[in-house]
Ligand binder design. Structure first.
Ligand code: PRX
Length: 651
């Protein structure tokens, strides 16, 4: 693998600065101690973390009940996530946080809101009462389809307060995708907005909900935040404005005392079939994982302004915009719009304006900014920054070095954090006060996480050799299942190696034991840090009447990491030209959302298949990236297909 070889040559080492280490929440001594404890007993380590970092109404009776592949953590314990994120910062030694900024929000047009812990608590209690008023009970699912506005965080916490699991659907998904997710979770209420701001203009969101609900019998009510005041049509009896429901809502709402294993949320993510998986996370273990990792990895202090640029619609936003930061009493920033409006330096101006000290973003964004040039960040005062993070995809050493030099001014540690929707929280990461970093490596597993690299037979590979990334022991933030599909859960994650979690990523480990994540090894693409299944895009394409067959693969891309390339065989008599190309791109956008729109569509009379009829994706990947195919083609059904595909050019 040439990628592995080039990365293996990366030898630069950045040791933690003594000034940073001295003030770190977790210094070397603490970490050594925790690593020792976790190596002896991960359960004892996590129990210690659960006690120190989370507030419980009643203690657990058993730390872990592990009947592979089903885990229960902190069995019998009772707690509430909203209580941990809000109430406990208004009481006792932390009572002063009542007037501390919990959320700093800025809208794309430049409007802003700062919600203190006291205000956020009040809003959350009120909205929890609104939900109750709409008949939402403990266990009922609530779907959130919203732009990045404070009401999104308020709605999440209100759901958590009353024990109604939320299912957040990223606002970029289409009506069709939303409908599937609402139906799969059987959501009772949908929370949305009339729209949001993006690229300098308002966009409507509510019409997608109206369209989705055409095919949903389970939804009784829709709550609409008025953000762009576009006079969106409201269906009487079903649709209510947020501000009207909130007007008379009481600000008193006791947090429900929930079981540690009570479902906190479902979040859909792409897999290797056409149907997204509803990843289920529960209360006690998840909160322990995200609260502990946030405190240790982001080294959070009360004075910090922390900004994670992820949309809350993805897991990064769940765990490290909302739950992790608020459970730690931190100030978390949210920004509504695109990074390049009104100018390409918006992010840097936001950092300077709000004094952001900890910044967490994705390599795809970093690569975009590299292209835009150093002058933009250099024109802003970024001296408030003290720690940088990266997530979502492998960060190439060049991007890492630019981040370090131009944004971090060579003084900020960089935490390259590997994790997934399924893992709930960060799994492999540097600890900024203690672990030396090397560009491109996520370094070491967090204490209590038993990660390893296996060959296909399930043997651990020697240093330097590539293999499959696995986790050998359960961990508190792990997914508890796929909503409504325990068999798929067993098969996808636990069906390859006995009692071992298969992440779906390729990786290798160097002599120091550092992990180097190479990307997905299954039919899941990582486009701008977002997971998209090739099968999902294929199903969307073949649902168009002019498409007979389609195969989708990823091609490496300098900015987005992976670009989607579709090979399409049109139905007989269809003109495979520019018009069809445009139509099909639009069709995928309608079926899934703009994030899944192919960068390139190539028309072909036939797709290369094995004799048993399986599409040979490896070949297609080579063709898409203009590589000479060196792989075995002996099972290819029709060699002429290959030659034809090479000739096919994008229109
Ligand atoms: O391929 C890995 C990549 O993102 C996948 C998980 O995607 P998702 O569930 O959407 O969650 C993204 C944010 C946690 C992984 O299987 N990935 C995530 N972080 C890294 C990464 N690849 C390399 N390095 C990372 N730091």
């Amino acid at each position: 693998m040439p990628d592995i070889e080039s990365l293996l040559k990366e030898k630069r080492v950045f040791k933690p600065a003594p000034e940073f280490t001295r003030q770190a929440n977790w210094n070397k001594k603490t970490i050594d101690e925790y690593r020792k404890l976790a190596a002896r007993s991960p359960e004892r380590f996590w129990a210690k973390m659960a006690k120190e970092n989370v507030s419980w109404f009643s203690p657990w009776k058993k730390v872990l009940d592990w009947k592979p592949p089903f885990a229960k953590w902190f069995v019998g314990g009772k707690l509430n996530v909203a209580y941990n994120c809000l109430d406990r910062h208004l009481e006792g030694e932390h009572a002063w946080r009542r007037n501390k900024a919990a959320i700093i929000w800025e809208g794309e047009p430049g409007d802003s809101r700062v919600l203190t812990y006291g205000e956020l608590h009040r809003e959350v209690c009120k909205f929890a009462n609104v939900l109750k008023g709409l008949g939402v009970k403990k266990g009922d699912r609530v779907c959130l389809y919203m732009p990045m506005v404070p009401e999104l965080a308020i709605a999440m916490l209100a759901c958590a307060r009353i024990g109604a699991p939320h299912s957040i659907v990223f606002g970029g998904f289409s009506a069709e995708a939303l409908r599937d997710r609402i139906n799969d979770a059987e959501a009772k209420v949908v929370i949305t907005a009339d729209g949001g701001y993006r690229k300098g203009a308002g966009f409507a969101l509510k019409p997608a909900v109206d369209e989705a609900l055409d095919g949903c019998a389970c939804v009784t009510d829709v709550v609409v935040v008025e953000r762009i005041q576009n006079g969106t049509p409201m269906q009487s009896g079903r649709d209510h404005y947020w501000h009207e429901l909130m007007k008379d809502a009481s600000a008193t709402c006791a947090p429900a005392k929930l079981d540690a294993e009570h479902p906190l949320f479902i979040l859909y993510t792409s897999g290797t079939t056409g149907n997204p998986k509803g990843i289920l996370h529960t209360t006690g273990g998840y909160l322990t994982h995200v609260t502990t990792t946030f405190k240790a990895i982001f080294d959070i202090k009360d004075e910090d302004v922390y900004w994670c640029t992820a949309d809350i619609g993805w897991v990064t936003g769940h765990s490290y915009v909302v739950y992790g930061p608020l459970a730690n009493g931190a100030t978390t920033m949210m920004y509504e719009g695109v990074p390049t409006h009104p100018g390409p330096d918006r992010w840097w101006s936001l950092i300077a304006k709000w004094g952001v000290s900890i910044f967490y973003t994705a390599p795809t964004a970093i690569r975009t900014f590299i292209r835009l040039g150093d002058d933009l960040p250099k024109a802003h005062d970024l001296s408030s920054l003290r720690l940088l993070g990266s997530v979502g995809e492998p960060i190439n050493p060049e991007a890492w070095m630019w981040y370090h030099r131009v944004i971090g001014k060579k003084k900020c540690p960089i935490v390259d954090t590997w994790w997934q929707t399924e893992t709930g929280g960060i799994m492999i990461t540097p600890l900024p006060g203690a672990v030396a970093t090397t560009p491109g490596s996520a370094t070491l597993p967090f204490p209590g996480i038993d990660a390893a690299i296996y060959d296909e037979e399930g043997n651990e590979v020697p240093p330097g050799a590539g293999g499959l990334l696995v986790v050998r022991k359960p961990w508190p933030g792990m997914l508890r299942g796929i909503w409504g599909d325990p068999e798929r859960y067993k098969k996808t994650y636990w069906g390859t190696f006995k009692n071992t979690y298969l992440a779906g990523d390729g990786a290798h480990r160097d002599k120091k034991g550092y992990f180097w994540i190479m990307g997905r090894v299954d039919d899941v693409m990582n486009v701008s840090g977002h997971r998209i299944g090739t099968m999902e895009v294929e199903s969307a394409l073949v649902s168009h009447p002019n498409v007979a067959e389609a195969a989708v693969v990823g091609r490496p891309d300098d900015i987005t990491g992976t670009a989607i390339v579709a090979f399409v065989t049109p139905t007989g008599g269809t003109d495979a030209g520019a018009a069809l190309n445009q139509t099909l791109r639009g069709h995928v956008t309608k079926e899934i959302g703009a994030i899944a729109r192919p960068a390139e569509i190539r028309f072909t009379d036939a797709l290369p298949k094995t004799r048993s009829g399986k599409i040979m994706r490896r070949l297609l990947r080579d063709i898409a990236s203009d590589k000479e195919s060196t792989g075995d083609t002996s099972t290819l059904e029709d060699f002429s297909v290959l030659a034809q595909l090479r000739e096919s050019e994008e229109d």
